[in-house]
Ligand binder design. Sequence first.
Ligand code: ADP
Length: 474
Amino acid sequence: MKNVSASLRLTLWFSGIFLCGFVLFGVVMWIDLAYSLGKGRDRTLNRRATRFIELLRATRTDSPSRRQARFAQLADVIPEGNLIQIRTPDGRRVFPTDDPSPGFPWPAWTPVARPEYSTVNVNGHPTRVLRFPAAADFPMVVLVAGQLEDNRNMLARFTAGLAGAIPAMLVLSALCGYFLGRRVLQPVDQITGTLHSISIGNLSRRLPVSGAGDELQRLAETCNQMLERLQDAVNRINRFTADASHELRSPVALIRAVAEYALRNPEIDIESKEAFSEILAESVEAGLLLEDMLTLARADAGHGTPVTEPLELAELVEDIGARLRPLAEAKKQSVIVRTSGPAWITGERVSVRRLLSILLDNAIKYTPAEGRIQMELTTAKSRAVVAVTDNGIGIPESLLPRIFDRFARADPSRGEVSGTGLGLAIAKWIAGVHGATLTAESREQQGSTFRVEFPLVEPGTPQVTLGHKTEQVS
Ligand code: ADP
């Protein structure tokens, strides 16, 4: 039963139990019916024998011909009336005087103490025979027989009906099981769906609580309590990260200022110059890392103002291309920027600039000298797509699925330039805030393409709130 959905398992269980119950019910009914029919037949034979004995008594003083007439009369009104024999213990016929059913396998004429039943086969037809004890005042043997064919037919019809009903009941029970399973498990599916949509960015979401007081309500409440605790813990970590980054900014800025001041001294000796240059480079790195951490901590905390401004992307793309081009030229790389007319989105200028700068800056950083980089803006189906493509070192296949995670960086042995490992995480977050999707395709040593797709808006349409920008993105 591995890898089988719970509703299918429930359906199978339901159908199995229903089928077993139905078969058991059928078997019990069959046995009961067979017993009742058999008993009924025996009672009928008993009644017939009794009526003949009563007639024997009543006609004791009648002449033999009148007696025969009365017996014949009674036999006429009884179905299978000719299957009656009354004889003296020595076998002399009392009624009927001649045998209307020759060859019938009557049992012996010996008298019995109590009614005795037996079943005989007459030309393939089962027949029940009753040997009735003779009364003390009438020492005669009464034998009555009746066919069991009707009983057999009725049982056969019952069995056929039962066999026909089983597949129908099976289908019905499977449908009922599936319907019940779906009904019972639907809230579980809803809970799963909601839990799926909850991530570190929207931990404030809660599951709907039904109020039915059942297991599902308790499950939803327990999940909500767990989310509460998680949100609390994440908030504390965010606060700590934001506070730590904020507090560290001043000392790092001071270290950087001191290093710059020392390097401006024309009389600085070579060794000190090297040491201060290293301090300056490290402090610049640390400053960038702190800014990125602060940005993400504030993003997680949901600080900021709603994004509602209309923004023209083509002009922004051209501008970013122009601003970063000198970096590429320093590495003798060619940068092609292509746009296809104005494309309006709802976006916050500084944030979108940061997003596209991260992508283009990475392309320049991770592409060797004389490589090719392209930033292209296209519009299609109410989407504006900015694709940044390079023919650089590419991203290892193992890293690609988590490339947007915080601090995800390729193995330093690839001889990569320094970085914080937070740029793409920030880019992804900015894309999310703008209702955009950011995706990456890459092959090692062949190059990468980062694609960000924004929803297009008509210029002049009412502005909508997409998400929250932080005041710190810059
Ligand atoms: P950083 O560049 O500061 O290390 P990012 O989050 O911007 O941080 O990038 C994470 C990692 O993704 C980089 O360290 C690099 O290994 C890989 N990467 C990003 N962009 C590219 C690219 N265009 N080509 C190759 N690798 C890239």
